[in-house]
Design a protein around this ligand. Structure first.
Ligand code: PHE
Length: 342
């Protein structure tokens, strides 16, 4: 009997060493220490032994049970620790992998163009002034010499709000009034950049929202020569030092005389191509000498002061500069377009 018990002990220990997971461990426990396990059965059979053999066999069997229970617990703990370590290794960060780079933002083409424009006018002493996108009929039209029902209003139909007389500005020109009222009677040299709105069909050439940059200079003895000089300098900085500028007579209610300015085509150098529609010229802005009524509305006496104003669309300038075929790309939010100018 004692020999049998010892053999069982050795076998149990050997098998326990070979147990590699918790399920196998449980099978082992049932096989030796469970209700019908070998150790339990051995203990139960002690009573059937001859009286003189019982004490030694009972003692050994009990020792073995305690020993195997302790071995079981130790093995269980080891396996748990191993399982935990394996789990941690699986879930851990692999520091050898390259990181995922954050995608950096970049400036929208309109913003880039606006900043280019600011920098050029800054060279000539123009400061940037901002004014509201929501305007009134008075400032957007009437104080700019456009009375109600004037046919010139057809050039600027806009989005009206439910508040009577309150509208989204159709151009940055109301900023002329705000600038003059803010600074009079001092000389003014400002550019007024910002968004404008027009109620019109959206096409390749027109959007219902776009940027403008207004320019305004007011002072004594300002003439059309100053307007031409400033705009020629601007065009050469923006489009290349060889650029020629052409002024065509035009009409705006708030300037007199009025002129539209063209540059010689940057693609064909004025020879004529599809870009300039075979005219050799590209229109870049509207301009003129500030109308006496507008000077007066701004608080300046037109007998003493004069000034010039101009308005240009940065998207249009960017279209010319980069050969873009459709203004709708600017605000459609397609990063494939925007990314080309990153
Ligand atoms: N406000 C005019 C427009 O939107 C442009 C302009 C500005 C013309 C200033 C003359 C002087 O068409």
């Amino acid at each position: 009997m004692l020999e049998e018990l010892r053999r069982m002990r050795e076998q149990a220990k050997e098998e326990l060493q070979a147990v590699l997971n918790l399920e196998a461990l449980e099978s082992w426990r049932l096989a030796y220490l469970g209700k019908n396990g070998a150790v339990t059965r051995a203990l139960r059979s002690i009573g059937k032994l001859p009286r003189e053999e019982r004490p030694a066999a009972g003692q050994l069997a009990n020792e073995i049970r305690q020993e195997l229970e302790a071995a079981f617990e130790a093995r269980q703990e080891t396996l748990r620790q191993e399982a935990l370590a394996a789990d941690m290794a699986r879930g851990a960060i692999d520091v050898r992998l390259p990181g995922r780079p954050q995608s950096l933002g970049y400036l929208h083409l309109s913003t880039q163009t606006l900043r280019e424009i600011y920098a050029i006018f800054a060279q000539m002493g123009f400061q940037v002034l901002r004014s509201n996108e929501v305007e009134t009929d008075t400032t957007n039209f009437q104080l700019l010499n456009i009375p109600p029902h004037h046919p010139a209003r057809d050039m600027w139909s806009t989005f009206y709000t439910t508040e009577p007389g309150v509208l989204l500005r159709t151009h940055t020109s109301p900023g002329q009034i705000h600038a003059m009222r803010k600074y009079h009677p001092h000389p003014i040299r400002v550019i007024l950049p910002g968004k404008c709105y027009r109620y019109e069909q959206v096409t390749v050439r027109s959007e219902h929202m776009f940027y403008q940059v207004e320019g305004l200079a007011v002072g004594r003895n300002i003439t059309m020569a100053d307007l031409k000089g400033v705009l020629t300098h601007f065009a050469r900085q923006m489009f290349g030092p060889e650029r020629k500028l052409r002024f065509r007579p035009s009409y705006f209610p708030f300037t007199e005389p009025s002129a539209e300015a063209d540059i010689d085509c940057i693609l064909c150098q004025g020879k004529g191509c599809a870009m300039c529609k075979y005219t050799g010229w590209l229109e870049i802005l509207g301009s003129g000498m500030v109308h006496p009524n507008v000077l007066r509305n701004g608080g300046y006496d037109p007998d003493i002061y004069s000034g010039f104003a101009f308005g240009m669309g940065p998207e249009r300038l960017a279209i010319l500069k980069h050969g873009i075929t459709d203004i709708r790309y600017f605000f459609s939010g397609d990063v494939r377009f925007l990314h080309q100018f990153a």
